[in-house]
Design a binder for this molecule. Structure first.
Ligand code: SAH
Length: 218
């Protein structure tokens, strides 16, 4: 069961969460504002409602998790989203990150490999109010060739390598943000596709994501 009411208590807790994220080093006010707009407790089972605004990842079913609020803010900040950009997100999960991107005024194409998570999002009423989010059931390693090329690509699961087909679906000067496996954890990378097709790579902090797996799951 999902919570559907956004009370003053939730709004107060959300403001505190945004302050915590700011203190942890997120400086982009448009990202902080987008985070403050999305009621994170809507994305969790109501048993976790009281904790929805803590700096924690939570289970969303099918062995998957909604990312930490700080991680969502961190990836969103690195993407440097501008209004009306086309963004491909790999790993819809709870669709929380997709809504934050939509609040940043992007056109979001989000893809999920697990049918059950995809189906549950199709029934998620709050999500259906975002007309700029299109959901797909498929394998993120394949991307969405018919909808590309994209201005930005965001991978929200631990990638073992940079998926070649996603690079092909990125515009020139397009940017991909992804956590790349490094030992037990992942290091956040930002890849820019230069005009000669070569890739510029920047490295950031370490994180811990669930794995990006091959193929679809029924
Ligand atoms: N962005 C999500 C984070 C979910 S966790 C959120 O805001 O809640 C990562 C998600 O990636 C999981 O739902 C997992 O099923 C999905 N995933 C893993 N490998 C994938 C792949 N190859 N293609 C699409 N989705 C994938």
């Amino acid at each position: 069961m999902r919570a559907i009411e956004d009370t003053y208590l939730h709004k107060g807790l959300r403001k505190k969460m945004v302050d915590t994220i700011r203190e942890k080093g997120i400086t982009d006010e448009t990202v902080l504002n987008a985070i403050s707009m999305v009621p994170r407790h809507f994305f969790l089972d109501s048993v976790f409602e009281k904790h929805a605004y803590e700096e924690k990842a939570f289970p969303i079913g099918e062995d998957q998790t909604i990312s930490h609020p700080y991680t969502v803010a961190y990836q969103s900040q690195l993407l440097q989203v501008k209004p009306f950009e086309k963004i491909l997100e790999v790993g819809t999960g709870s669709a929380y990150q997709a809504c934050v991107l939509a609040e940043l005024k992007a056109k979001v194409f989000t893809i999920e490999r697990q049918k059950k998570l995809f189906d549950s999002n199709k029934e998620f009423k709050f999500l259906s109010t975002f007309k700029s989010i299109k959901q797909f059931y498929g394998d993120g390693y394949e991307g969405l060739p018919t909808y590309g090329p994209f201005d930005k690509i965001l991978i929200t699961a631990a990638a073992p390598y940079i998926p070649e087909k996603l690079i092909q679906q990125l515009k020139i000067n397009g940017v991909m943000v992804l956590p790349l496996n490094e030992g037990e954890n992942q290091r956040m990378h930002r890849i820019t596709k230069l005009s000669d097709g070569s890739l510029q790579e920047e490295k950031f902090d370490e994180f811990s994501f669930v794995p990006m797996l091959l193929g679809k799951k029924n």
